[in-house]
Design a protein around this ligand. Structure first.
Ligand SMILES: C[S@@+](CC[C@H](N)C(=O)[O-])C[C@H]1O[C@@H](n2cnc3c(N)ncnc32)[C@H](O)[C@@H]1O
Length: 214
């Protein structure tokens, strides 16, 4: 999926550090074997997530929406020694592939997977998170944010993917388009939340980055 004009997309690609071999393999295998492979973060966003993780240098990361594990591995690349990515997905069919790639990436001690509904799992987590990445069903974005924010340390970050929703957030909305409505509600909610500083970064399908200040 191209979010920028094709030529610019190629330029951005060519001026972003290469994906590690294991992520290239995971990317290929996801496109060959899994439905809706375009959900995977991909080269540029993946390197951006790694960059954020390296900047934050977190001990505990929460990810909502593992899919095939691409972004989990990118996020784990910036962990502090002894840190952990806690990643949740409701789709158990993808789990064997996720486990295989975590192992091949040598990340077994750095990524803990949870299978089930994130709405039920997040409240059971006792960690304080330095970084949260929300990338699951759009309808529940605001609920994930509210469940997660109490578990984020002051100075920690909540990053949400797809907040531009292919540009639909700035177009007239179809009555039945509940995903666009949910994303717009999420962006408005974060915007109005005095607990966080925020910036909407128009990388790929848009990342809303919120930093907890209280
Ligand atoms: C966009 S994909 C995640 C992509 C992944 N973060 C990456 O960049 O490679 C969204 C994932 O959210 C999962 N998901 C949807 N609803 C969920 C829920 N209620 N709880 C946990 N995971 C959910 C889906 O099964 C899917 O794998």
């Amino acid at each position: 999926m191209n979010f920028l004009p094709e030529q610019l997309e190629k330029y951005v690609d060519a001026h972003t550090g290469e994906e590690p071999e294991i992520l290239k393999k995971l990317n290929r295998e996801t496109y060959a074997k899994v439905l809706m492979p375009q959900m995977l973060s991909g080269h540029v966003q993946g390197r951006f997530l790694k960059m954020i993780s390296c900047m934050v240098n977190p001990i505990q990361i929460l990810e909502v929406g593992t899919f095939t594990g691409y972004s989990s591995i990118c996020l784990a690349e910036g962990l502090k020694e002894g840190g952990m990515v806690h990643t949740i997905d409701i789709n158990e069919e993808l789990h064997p592939m996720v486990v295989k790639f975590i192992k091949e990436a040598g990340m077994e001690g750095k990524i803990k997977t949870y299978i089930g509904n994130a709405l039920s799992i997040i409240p059971t987590l006792e960690q304080t998170f330095d970084l949260v990445f929300i990338d699951a069903d759009k309808i529940n974005y605001s609920k994930y944010y509210e469940l997660a924010i109490g578990k984020v340390r002051t100075g920690g970050f909540i990053v949400a993917d797809n907040v531009l929703w292919s540009g639909k957030v700035a177009e007239p909305i179809a009555k039945a388009d509940n995903d666009t409505k949910a994303i717009m509600a999420y962006n408005d909610m974060v915007m109005a939340d005095p607990r966080v500083e925020k910036v909407l970064v128009p990388i790929r399908d848009g990342l809303m980055i919120a930093r907890k200040i209280t």
